[in-house]
Design a protein around this ligand. Structure first.
Ligand code: FRU
Length: 485
């Protein structure tokens, strides 16, 4: 693993030409994705500013240009008309003011139909490296680029720790008020959310209070990237609690959870209907963000970072890492969250390939499982050994995924085996394999499992138990590695 000095990590990009060579180099990697958004160079992490505006989808990702390292963060901009084909647009927000001198950190966007507005964290650090997070705003200008407001909307509150960031803007129609949810940490290091309100988007913001989530007063040390949305009359709260281990998550201290419940904006209380759930049960899934302005009260669209903070991936040695998940539709049915790939994914799914025990590097797999225990091992060697091994136990109603058999192992200490509950058993899986990721959607979206994987040439095989039938289909590329900076 390369050691980076602070200077190298926080170097300001002056000219696109400084990273052209890096781009040309990483484009040759066998692990470059073909239908997932990935960094133009360096590192991509959280999805930001995800929204639909005038018929076009805008997505940004936290971007560090220089390599697979968390340093000076930009917002890198991609757009789409169908949530499947994505175009690189270049830098969206860059850290070029006093308020964001050490990074334009995560945030969200909202369209009022006419204008598109962005809310992000200006990560300021002084010469002693003391951090002050500012909540800043921008709007899309006539050239289609975010233009910053000269002053932040508000600074941090002194009665919370320095961890106050990731503004998520929402509009509450009932009282015609905008709210910003900020991921935060109390002075005694408990994760929480701070809420600000305003009648206008670019002015008038004042602190409304801390979000109350009964039963969750002491749940993780920081709640990153909060997101709230109403789906079919229920409220869905998503956030990424940090600095804590949670049941069934091996040694990981970074998680992404959701709760379904009721948000009361008068008392700033989110009352969960029941327990929290993992938004995804996989190894590499964090900082998910739903889009604003989806235009359908019965669904949300969500994208997440395939990756985790503080973790390391094999492409680090090639000077890049990270990817976005596919865009997913979220629905609530019978009190449960269902997640399915966006329907438009069918536009890139091609012909059926022989299910002969070999796997293409990018494909969509439909799996049907009949009664009993089941095994499906992807990326095995030709003799069936190794691979990413999935085992379903019918007695326990759980699915276990073990990636320790793959040639390229990584983040071993965080955990290579995870088990997820499938209370109603296992009947089907839709799997999306790209060159360095795999996403499983179980039982029409009741549970999902996302992981990076870096198969070597000898590992493009699979094995399955007799009660598992597979249909493998080719998938056409839908992202291009254009050098737009
Ligand atoms: C989550 C996060 C956010 C922050 C951003 C910085 O991964 O830590 O809280 O805004 O990344 O890149």
């Amino acid at each position: 693993m390369r050691e980076w000095t602070l200077e190298e990590r926080y170097r300001v990009l002056q000219d696109a030409e400084e990273i052209r060579g890096l781009h040309e180099k990483i484009c040759k990697s066998v692990y470059r994705q073909t239908y997932h958004v990935q960094p133009v160079t360096g590192l991509s992490s959280d999805p930001n500013g995800f929204t639909c505006h005038k018929g076009k989808w805008h997505l940004f990702y936290q971007w560090c240009p220089w390599g697979a390292v968390h340093g000076l963060k930009y917002w890198y901009h991609v757009t789409s008309t169908d949530l499947v084909h994505w175009t690189n647009e270049g830098v969206g927000l860059k850290p070029d003011t006093f308020y964001d001198n050490k990074g334009t950190h995560s945030g969200s966007a909202i369209s009022d139909g006419e204008e598109l507005y962005f809310f992000y964290t200006g990560n300021h650090r002084d010469e002693n490296w003391v951090r002050t997070p500012y909540t800043c705003a921008a709007y899309l200008d006539a050239e289609g680029k975010p233009k910053k407001l000269p002053e932040p909307l508000f600074g941090p509150r002194p009665d919370y720790s320095e961890h106050q960031r990731d503004p998520k803007v929402v509009y509450n129609e009932k009282n015609s008020t905008y709210y910003i949810f900020i991921g935060a940490q109390t002075l005694d290091k408990k994760g929480t959310v701070l809420i600000y309100s305003s009648k206008e988007l670019l002015s008038g913001w004042s602190f409304a209070g801390q979000l109350h989530v009964p039963g969750y007063e002491s749940f993780g040390g920081m709640w990153e990237c909060p997101y709230i949305v109403n789906i079919s009359g229920r409220d869905l709260l998503i956030f990424s609690p940090q600095y804590t281990k949670l049941p069934g998550r091996a040694e990981s201290t970074n998680h992404n959870v959701y709760m379904i419940g009721t948000m009361d904006y008068d008392t700033l209380t989110f009352t969960p209907d029941g327990e929290y759930h993992y938004l995804d049960y996989g190894f590499d899934f964090y900082a998910a963000q739903g889009a604003s302005n989806v235009g359908d009260p019965d669904k949300a669209i969500l994208i997440s970072w395939i990756g985790l903070p503080d973790n390391h991936y094999p492409t680090e040695e090639e000077d890049w890492e990270g990817s976005m998940t596919l865009a997913r539709e979220l629905r609530i049915k019978d009190g449960r969250l269902l997640q399915t790939p966006v329907e438009s994914i069918s536009s890139i799914i091609g012909e059926e390939l022989p299910a002969d025990g070999t796997l293409p590097a990018a494909c969509a797999v439909e799996v049907n499982v009949s009664a009993g225990d089941a095994d499906l091992n992807l990326f095995t060697r030709a003799d069936g050994s190794g691979g990413m091994r999935l085992h379903y136990s019918d007695a326990e109603k759980t699915c276990t995924v073990d990636r320790s058999g793959m040639n390229k192992r990584f983040n071993e200490k965080v955990g290579e085996v995870l088990t997820m509950p499938l209370p109603d058993g296992l009947s089907s899986i839709r799997i999306f394999i790209d060159r360095s990721s795999v996403e499983y959607f179980f039982n029409d979206g009741e549970a999902t499992f996302t992981s990076h994987c870096y198969p070597t040439e000898e590992e493009f095989n699979y094995t399955a138990s007799d009660n598992v039938s597979l249909k493998i289909r080719s998938i056409r590329p839908s992202v291009r590695d254009d050098f737009a900076v």
